[in-house]
Write a protein that binds this ligand. Sequence first.
Ligand code: PEP
Length: 256
Amino acid sequence: MRTPFIAGNWKMYKTVADAVKYVKELRGLVKDLDAVEVVLAPTFTALFAAAEAARNSNVGIAAQDLHWEREGAFTGEISGQMIREAGATYAIVGHSERRSLFGETDASVNRKVAAAFAAGLCPIACIGETLDQRERNETFDVLDRQITQGLDGLTAEQIGQLVIAYEPVWAIGTGRNATPAQASEAHGHIRSRLRQWFGQEPAELCHVIYGGSVKPENARELLSQPDVDGALVGGASLDVRSFLQIVASARRDEAL
Ligand code: PEP
């Protein structure tokens, strides 16, 4: 059984002080929680302080991106080793904002996913179709391409450790979430492809989480769909109480 996985992506919000305050509050609120994996992705500048504030707690820390090289003349970039040294244990890779605004491709996603594993980070690899692609009935083709190219060369063991975030681009930051049926259909497709291409066991271990306008009001229904193993939450993760409600919705037993 996969433990539900809820990650908050803060994007370019929150100072170091904001991040530390939030993490300190959240760690207290989830201190007795072992039924949900909880992860926060602050900006690079807040990574070290957030990881220190989360030390020995149930809160994991993720970077929002990484570079694929260990070190070198790559002005402005941060390597997986540097992120790991800062105390993070996850890295988001291929977020749709990185793809659409900063030229990220399936090929760069592939290098970054491999680099994250090499640095001892668990990648949270984002995939998902645009509205145009959905309307042209290309959703499954797009997901297949993003999986085959973005995850090319990974071992079965790595697939088993991976988190895939299915984030339909039209649902990110728009307030328009996928319906539970749309999410369930896409997640079922991703799981069946993982089974077909990487084998039964890694496909069962891999977390496939949903992202796109998840909020306290829609979390429970989305998270109860088969093959939806959690959520990547943008806007609603900025407020600790609303994020906590989403975490509570992921519990399979009772509310927090
Ligand atoms: C995201 O940033 O990955 C995201 C899903 O954002 P939002 O929840 O705001 O749609």
